[in-house]
Write a protein that binds this ligand. Structure first.
Ligand code: GZL
Length: 311
């Protein structure tokens, strides 16, 4: 037994002793639920003790949770920051306590020395891919677009909006006529889409761009209740590639989604183990891949693959 213990690498031993605090935003979307599931799995597979705090999408709850983790003397903190600003003070406290912080799936407007690394997709690129897809789909035909934005002040809402506008830049036939936050939830996506349909009279809306699939799924319900055909009367493009988005595309009720991996924790924990075991400084941004799915893909098969992954 002693021999087997001795052959373990220092990192592995360290992981077995490691305690990490995870300040999660909440469970506002299927994608967020999957990220939580995968993070728990990644920690367990490394023998890491994960202390989990759900903030119900409130920054003050995240700040409280981080202070709690510091008081408990955790080895590291994972933070999915609900909004981009207001983190400097609590990140300074973590730095003073020599507790490294790794950002997951969203970034913060704070000095880079206040966090070890950020594991995120290229959120601007995602928006650009969505805009370029719609431009190609409409092929010069006039199209009045409505936009469901993510949580106000969050880096995905800011960057996905910016990227989409870059994607449709120069296409005079495409115009965003209404844009409002649906807070990344199905419920709000439905309510806001209902208000768009009421304000526009329904048949003037050509396309919906939603910053995540959950708001698009809510909007699909509203479109149907208005007697319109989602995916046909109103083209729909969103981001996350959750199982229900693949199902909607397979059923012709949605047109495109851009995949965001829920496994941000794998790269994050790899970087933390290397840093804590050997002092290896990771790059400040560890970028995850994005992939466009359309009706040309086998969405039914992808749905079957993803439906049991904790979304
Ligand atoms: C994006 C991530 C977003 C997802 C939403 O990186 O922060 O938060 O796209 C989730 O589903 O609410």
């Amino acid at each position: 037994l002693l021999a087997s213990v001795l052959v373990l690498s220092p990192g592995a031993l360290l992981a077995a002793d490691m305690t990490i605090g995870f300040s999660q935003i909440g469970s506002e979307s299927g994608w967020r639920a999957a990220e939580t599931t995968v993070t728990r799995q990644e920690a367990e597979s490394r023998g890491i003790e994960l202390k989990f705090a759900d903030a119900q999408q409130k920054q003050e709850n995240q700040i409280k949770a981080i202070r709690g983790f510091i008081a408990q003397g955790v080895d590291a903190i994972l933070l999915a920051p609900v909004v981009a600003t207001g983190w400097d003070e609590v990140l300074e406290e973590a730095k003073d306590a020599e507790i490294p912080v790794v950002l997951l799936d969203r970034t913060v407007d704070a000095p880079e020395d206040l966090y070890l690394t950020a594991v995120t997709s290229d959120l601007v690129h995602e928006g650009r891919v969505a805009g370029e897809w719609l431009a190609e789909e409409m092929a010069g035909e006039d199209c009045r677009i409505v936009e469901l934005q993510g949580t106000t002040g969050s880096s995905p809402a800011i960057d996905r909006k910016k990227g989409f506008e870059e994607g449709i830049a120069g296409q005079d036939n495409l115009e965003i006529v209404r844009s409002q936050t649906g807070d990344f939830t199905r419920a709000q996506g439905k309510v806001v889409m209902e208000s768009f349909l009421k304000a526009e009279g329904g048949d003037t809306i050509c396309a919906l761009y939603a910053h995540n699939d959950d708001m698009a799924v809510g909007a699909i319900q509203a479109i149907k209740e208005a007697g319109l055909k989602p995916g046909e009367d109103i083209k729909i493009v969103a981001i996350d590639a959750v199982p229900d988005a693949h199902l909607a595309i397979a059923n012709g009720e949605m047109n495109a989604t851009i995949e965001l991996t829920p496994n941000m924790a794998g790269p994050a924990l790899d970087a933390l183990e290397a840093y804590l075991a050997n002092g290896t400084e990771p790059a400040k941004w560890i970028q995850t891949e994005s992939k466009l799915y359309t009706a040309a893909d086998d969405n039914q098969a992808v749905y079957e693959e993803k439906k049991n992954l904790g979304y």
